[in-house]
Design a protein around this ligand. Structure first.
Ligand SMILES: Cc1cc2nc3c(=O)[nH]c(=O)nc-3n(C[C@H](O)[C@H](O)[C@H](O)COP(=O)(O)O)c2cc1C
Length: 258
């Protein structure tokens, strides 16, 4: 099937699809807009800009939905950004795929380099997480900066790696692609930001990301296809701490050069 399809009955030849096409593969030919398939990255800007719904991509037209309310978000988004917190206190119940379904659906729309959309996720809970916790603490013994972690955990119950989270969200992407780490970081940032809207708390797990980076076997243990790399980990759970004020931060470091 052709990737970009133009319904010539609906098309009014406004040319906007050609104007926005990142890959310059849409043009007007003999009073018709035509699109080449070759080089299409499937970004969907042609669909997004068409005023008559004439363009579809891979058989899918535009999603019918309200446009966002800038006035509301101008007030609400800064509050959300300031008030989201790294959550390290969780109710004693795992996060199910259903609990995070609305958030995961947003991640489908996260931007990715060349629109590759190749970030994958593993949601770990229960026995699978327990096994992963033990595996990870074993690994810390061979990392000099973390070699106290396992005794702190097993002797004192101080869980520095997982913060006793009932679930963990692991994100991976094809290792060879130069935007892989950014793709994963953008997706998990959206998750981290949206999570409090659904009563979910999240905390970036930098120590685990360091471990994953040093261990060749972690991906296969998690049944992640070869060629992928774990590039982001969030500890997640149902939040069990109320934060009531916003801590202050450094001034922004912005140099303007004109
Ligand atoms: C990339 C990254 C890695 C992090 N790794 C950890 C971690 O391993 N354990 C932890 O408890 N917090 C971790 N954090 C949370 C930071 O400590 C936290 O973002 C910072 O103290 C600011 O607090 P806030 O997120 O509540 O604003 C990490 C944050 C980021 C962005």
């Amino acid at each position: 099937m052709q990737r970009i399809q133009i319904n010539h009955e609906k098309c009014i030849l406004c040319g906007r699809c050609a104007q926005v096409c990142t890959m310059h593969i849409i043009r007007e030919k003999e009073d018709k807009m035509v699109a080449k398939d070759v080089d299409c990255i499937g970004c969907g800007h042609c669909v997004a800009v068409c005023p008559t719904g004439a363009v579809s991509l891979g058989g899918k037209g535009a999603i019918t939905e309200d446009r966002f309310d800038a006035a509301v978000l101008q007030k609400q988004l800064p509050l959300l950004v300031r008030q989201r917190r790294s959550m390290r206190f969780f109710k004693d119940k795992p996060v199910s795929a259903q609990d995070i379904a609305p958030i995961m659906d947003m991640l489908r729309y996260a931007p990715t380099g060349k629109n590759r959309q190749s970030v994958g996720y593993v949601l770990l809970s229960g026995q699978a997480l327990e096994d992963f916790v033990h595996y990870s603490y074993k690994l810390t013994d061979s990392v000099s900066s973390m070699n106290l972690f396992s005794s702190l955990y097993y002797d004192r119950g101080n869980d520095i790696l997982f913060r006793n989270a009932p679930s963990v969200l692991i994100a991976y992407a094809p290792a060879e692609f130069y935007t892989a780490i950014v793709d994963v970081s953008i997706a998990l940032t959206i998750f981290d930001l949206a999570a409090p809207l659904y009563g979910i708390g999240a905390c970036w797990a930098g120590f685990l990301m360091n471990l994953a980076n040093q261990d060749r076997h972690m991906t296969s243990r998690l049944n992640i296809a070869e060629g992928n790399k774990i590039l982001g980990v969030l500890l997640i759970g149902h939040s069990d701490m109320d934060y009531v004020a916003t801590p202050n931060r450094n001034d922004i470091n912005l140099k303007v050069m004109e």
